[in-house]
Design a protein around this ligand. Sequence first.
Ligand code: A2G
Length: 439
Amino acid sequence: STALLAAAPWIGALGRPRERLRVGLIGTGMRGQVLLSELLKQDGVDIAAICDIERYMLDRALAQLSTAGRRAPQVYTGSVDAWRDMLARARLDAVLIATPWELHAPQAIAAMEAKVAVGCEVVAGITLQDHWDVLRAQQRTGTPYMLLENVCYRRDVLAVLQMVRQGLFGELVHVQGGYEHDLRAVKFNSGEPGKPYGGGAEFGERGWSEAKWRTPHSVRRNGELYPSHGIGPCAQWLDIHRGNRFTRLTSHASQARGLHEYVVAQGGPDHPNAAVEFALGDVVTTQIGCEQGQTILLTHDTSLPRPYSLGFRVQGTGGIWMDLNQSIYLEGRSPQPHQWEPAQAWLERHDHPLWQRLGERAAGGGHGGMDFFVVHAFVEALKAGAPMPIDIYDAVAWSAITPLSEASIADGSRTLEFPDFSEGAWRGRAPVFALDGRY
Ligand code: A2G
């Protein structure tokens, strides 16, 4: 065991609780800046280094740090490989990755190889092979990896998890979630630095911020492109990889109209982007079966006019909750048979200990406070030497829904077997996510 410790210093460090962490950030764009503001609220975190290729975004991040009275971090920039120098030289304990999706897998793998713990923004990889590669790197190196899926920490989502764990819904039978968010003004802008949302029909090389890198996925790919906000909570409710697992997947895509119509409305019918054919169907629905019998319905809906919703529904032998109508029905407990009851009182009564303890500290943070909790969980679990609350198996299975749904749609909505990334370990693993008020 001495030889093992010498070969992998991290393993020694892992078991030993630590007071402080040297943290780096790759990607100081819109999301990276939110993560930075959440990191600044945590105890025992030194922001040691930041990395980006966009000077505009780096300067905003540096301004955040100096406004907070923090020491200037090392800055890595100037080449698309600058993050490699950062991992080699900055002596980091952990890194947060908030870069375009295709960079997540290579950056996470390199960080794990360098024994730098990874907190990765949602989407673990692009292809199915990427997901296996990230998993194998984690298993090979033993370096902690957490997917930073913030919605798992949403206040209602956690209260419902408490209720599920207490059996108030009976045995779960069916859950729903999704990403139903009109992203048209995220996917197109004028390309002018500092103006990320709307005001134009540009994307790709001529776009700025997300319009630069996110929109090309809608040109090339047809599938459930953004599964984790919807599937994360569903997977926690269903104990996926903790006695349960995904078994089969089928996806359907509607026709693609919304993005083209938006380009024409913004730029006119003669705008060059009016000739672009978008592959992504406007509404993509994905059904997933589970080992313990439950079904999951995921909806991806980002190209049409609509108010934001993640469309959660939790249904069991004892009742049902939905977020959209903010209502619940629990047989024998709700006042009127067959009548919805407002969910609020139930959610308050089952408020998660994390929110009770830290809700005030989280207030004002990203996405109504849940961004505080996801960063807090990563930092505190790492400092305690505890397992990552959203681990590598969760990360790759949730994220692999994208390439699987693309493959299903490309083959006439064929039903596919879901790979068991845990290779059977799902049977014996006990839940670790949000068990108490610690992280
Ligand atoms: O829209 C929301 O904030 C999403 N998060 C985020 O993931 C990203 O897609 C963003 C668009 O810029 C949630 O919905 C929680």
